[in-house]
Write a new protein. Structure first.
Length: 167
């Protein structure tokens, strides 16, 4: 009696890539939020804020969703069959925007610098646009998955500017 070797389905590798991509993005967001937390931050509590400033409880679920969308978008690029050299620009753009994303809350909350955070978030906006452009060359879906992120960071930029100008 001969036995047939058990083969791992090709999709298993793709599923692991998806899990890794999402968890990596979530971990970066969680770490940044932990370091630069606005929670129990008396400096932030005492700042003048516009009437349209969202309630604090909204930020964690929104960012959790946005990091998941980032991870899925990255996964679509990572699993794509085109040669890795053709994905290099997309990878670099994604890493750059994730790096800038990581630092914003630290600059704003930990270093208590709305001005430098504003400069940083404007660079982040440019990096997100670049990432969407690079991702869209490989996967239109990956590019579109980053649009809610772009919209939220655009809103956050206006909020950051308004808080800076009020204080």
């Amino acid at each position: 009696m001969t036995t047939t070797p058990v083969r791992t389905p090709r999709n298993t590798s793709s599923i692991w890539k998806l899990i890794i991509a999402i968890l990596a993005c979530e971990a970066i967001g969680f770490t940044s939020g932990l370091i630069g937390s606005a929670a129990m931050n008396t400096w932030f509590d005492n700042l003048q804020k516009p009437s349209w400033n969202p309630p604090g409880y909204l930020f964690a679920p929104v960012w959790t969703l946005l990091y998941a969308l980032m991870g899925i978008a990255f996964w679509l690029i990572w699993k794509n069959e085109i040669p890795a050299a053709n994905k290099r620009s997309a990878y670099v753009a994604f890493a750059l925007q994730l790096f800038l994303n990581f630092w914003w809350s630290i600059i704003f909350f930990r270093f208590q610098s709305p001005f430098f955070a504003l400069i940083e978030i404007l660079l982040l906006l440019l990096a997100i646009i670049l990432t969407i452009f690079q991702f869209s060359k490989i996967s239109k879906t990956a590019g579109w998955l980053l649009v809610p992120y772009l919209l939220w960071v655009s809103f956050a930029s206006v909020l950051n500017y308004t808080i800076w100008s009020l204080n």
